[in-house]
Ligand binder design. Structure first.
Ligand code: ATP
Ligand code: MG
Length: 249
């Protein structure tokens, strides 16, 4: 048994967060950060109390997508650290504490940073908390899955054959080692027909929908309302509906 008091702090801080969703991927650059932002913004636009947390502790960049400057905005404090509000979304990131500087972390140090931020952030009452993770099957993912055992895994994949093997490895790891974990699969940068549905079926994951590729995303980065106007933004509204349906079934 572990005697880290932060474990108690994490339970307490997350006790009023109804659904915790960890956004994961096998391979990097598949769109976890973009989809975390879009799903959060789309849910906030619907009026849901929703939070987004950047747990990519060595390379946080969710603030770039959301247009938050961690050098200028600063979370408040009241019974913990308070998330910053952006377009109706409550947002927290390790970038507020590193102020954009590099944060090289070795082995367990990344887990320590994750424990600190999870135990210190006071989200208040939330319906959904979306957690943007670094890619791969490393320490950060395993630690966060352990710290939030009730969390749902939202795995992001692309139709590219290059990313399909690592996607299959991640899905099989989750299915074999965490058979009770609920797993959703989101296809990003989709080109026409859905191609990941059979992979989802094979590993017992729920295929939750697809987000198209849209070259207008690049110039909309940092501007929440423009982002929601892109193809991926509109698709995210449907994905939020599908996730809410899934959670209520
Ligand atoms: N549907 C899309 N349409 C257009 N561009 C996209 C789409 N999804 C992601 N991108 C772009 O692809 C790049 C990678 O996306 P993103 O940073 O969200 O991936 P990631 O999985 O978080 O990467 P990392 O593994 O490094 O954290 C970004 O430039 C992003 O704007
Ligand atoms: Mg990312």
């Amino acid at each position: 048994m572990e005697l880290d008091p932060r474990l108690w702090g994490i339970r307490s801080m997350l006790s009023r967060v109804r659904h915790k969703i960890l956004v994961l991927s096998g391979k990097g650059g598949v769109g976890k950060t973009l989809t975390t932002a879009l799903l959060g913004l789309a849910a906030a636009r619907k009026g849901l109390p929703v939070g987004a947390l950047d747990l990519d502790v060595t390379d946080p960049n969710l603030h770039v997508v959301l247009g938050v400057d961690p050098g200028r905005e600063w979370p408040g404090e009241r019974k913990g650290i308070l998330p910053v509000h952006v377009a109706g979304l409550r947002f927290m990131s390790v970038a507020f504490f590193t102020r954009g500087r590099a944060a090289p972390l070795r082995g367990r140090e990344a887990s320590e940073a994750i424990r600190e931020i999870l135990s210190a952030t006071n989200w208040g009452q939330l319906e959904l908390l979306l957690v943007d993770m670094p890619p791969g099957l490393g320490e950060e993912m395993l630690e966060t899955l352990k710290l939030i055992p009730e969390s749902i895994a939202l795995v992001v994949g692309t139709p590219s054959r290059l990313s399909r093997d690592s996607l299959a490895r991640l899905l099989s790891l989750l299915a074999e080692n965490m058979p009770t974990r609920r797993i959703l699969l989101l296809e990003n940068m989709a080109r026409g027909e859905a191609v990941l549905t059979s992979l989802a079926r094979e590993y017992g994951a729920r295929y939750i929908g697809s987000i198209p590729y849209d070259s207008r995303v690049e110039e909309a980065l940092g501007d929440p309302s423009r982002l929601l106007d892109t193809g991926p933004g509109k698709a995210s509204e449907c994905i939020v509906e599908a996730i809410l349906d899934y959670l209520s079934s």
